[in-house]
Design a protein around this ligand. Sequence first.
Ligand code: ZN
Length: 242
Amino acid sequence: MKAAVISDVHSNLEALNVVIKDIKKRRIKKILCLGDLVGYGADPNKCVELCLQESDKTVAGNHDWAALGRTDPGTFNPVAAEAIEWTKKQLRSDNMKRLKALQLTESVGDVFLVHASPQTPEIWHYLFRLEDFKKHFKFFQQQVCFIGHSHIPGAAFQDANGYTDFIRDNPFPLIDGRRYIVNAGSVGQPRDLDPRACYTIYDGNAKSIEFIRLDYNVPRAQQKVLDAGLPEALAERLLVGR
Ligand code: ZN
């Protein structure tokens, strides 16, 4: 299987369009989506429609659940919570229904999909440090688990002896006997100080993973956020990627 893995679109249609165009240009037929289709950005309806129309499998993220009232936005920072309240008012009922149908985890071939963490998908734990990654390998069976949530692309592997380390190469090979947790990065709100849209290519045949970065029209996405009356900070952060 070869697939593009997208995550954390966050209602950023400008970034999503550029990513989907790039995936099609590379003739990659399968798209897997790790959730957080909405929240923060100005195009929730169009992003839900486009994501679900283009992707073969999509799991739910914490912002999707918050928009459905399943996760308390009281756990969000004030700016994120304000964006969720705005998003709730914008989302049409057909798109609410589409979000409601999403599962927290999915298995596709030798790949496991979850928005936040394999151990407790509905608690939305962040995986940042190596010790965080290390704990989660026993909670999925496949060779590769894709996650999103932190908006920081990266990967860690674990070998048969339990030795775990981060991978710093891009692209990098999938080695037999090793298992991987890969953060696919964020399409619509990168937080690794690189404002370009991010997605990941999984090639199960060539046994490789590659992170892709793409320029998109940031000023246009920013203007839409401001025109929608969303917090200014949400427009500003798109330019710096944090
Ligand atoms: Zn997110």
